[in-house]
Design a protein around this ligand. Sequence first.
Ligand code: NAI
Ligand code: MG
Length: 360
Amino acid sequence: MQKKIAVLPGDGIGTEVTRGAVEILKAVADRYGHDFQFEYGLIGGTAIDQTGNPLPEDTISLCKDSDAVLLGAVGGPKWDSNPSHLRPEKGLLGIRKQLNLYANLRPISFYASLSEASPLRKEIIQDADFMIVRELTGGLYFGKPSGRTMESGQETVVDTLLYHRYEIKRIIELAFSLAEQRRGKVTSVDKANVLESSKLWREVAEEVSKDYPNVALEHMLVDNAAMQLIRNPRQFDVVVTENMFGDILSDEASVLTGSLGMLPSASISSKGPNLYEPIHGSAPDIAGQNKANPIAAILSAASMLRNSFGLEQEAQAVEAAVEAVLEAGFRTADLSGSGTNTLSTEQMAEEIKISMLGHE
Ligand code: NAI
Ligand code: MG
């Protein structure tokens, strides 16, 4: 299979972890006989330094011409006092918008070998394996009117939670199609006891569910969902929700299994290529030290193989290699503190590669 992959390393540890992920993708191509071409683009602070623009036109066209995008992370103290149009995050928000990335998928899996890293007791978190599907381009963060005015001498603020039916329908359909390939359950999270937008959300979920007889649908109010994630995370398979609820719940869920350095994400587009990135940032505190955990980036690459290229076997091989390396006791500093098996970023990627190439 021939594919063109846009690589946007970005800033800080973004460059270090994407290097590891590209190494793994190259190994996958070798082992399974694919032809992956990597082309690099600038984004974030590095792009500001080199071009004066956090999202150069070249980067946009590179991404649009590619089959998938792999991103590291953007940002850092160097650019924190820049004016808003020269902020690294502008690059990230810009590329999400340019590519029309309407859904963010965040899989949360539990690794038995890392059970000590979870804030939850092992018997509660054990075997938890679910996916949060967050709507990314609608809702409160984009609805108009939004802003601050003076009314009768009072500062008055408004944000608008706005959705169109098609936006709700496409994300719920995505959730159902993912559930079909998993354990067949969708939990649709809303606030339908109060919000009009949630009432439509619920109606659409019911309608879509008729097309998926093999998938069970349950509705859950968002406040209850926040509680259930901690009380019994094993009950979930696919959780689908609107933008702000998803922002909050996905951050809550991300700490359940341990380190930020473990968690990948996929952002799904309605027309162009999808974008894959670790959920963590550029980690200026450890940047340039070759000690960042590359696993989130490597698992993001696995997600690319599965979701953009349909290469399920290859994706599973990468995921199995990550698991095997953790089982064998290898750790990066964020997972272990110190110890004889503490590896650098490069060493961890190398171990995963060796493990993957060694298994049939
Ligand atoms: P962060 O995720 O960069 O770091 C939080 C903590 O986790 C730090 O102590 C860091 O060392 C550690 N950490 C993160 N990823 C790690 C990894 N792979 N291996 C080992 N340790 C890891 O979040 P923070 O510190 O809030 O933000 C730093 C910069 O990153 C800021 O400029 C922020 O705007 C940006 N950022 C960018 C994101 C993106 O590009 N998607 C997402 C979040 C933050
Ligand atoms: Mg967030």
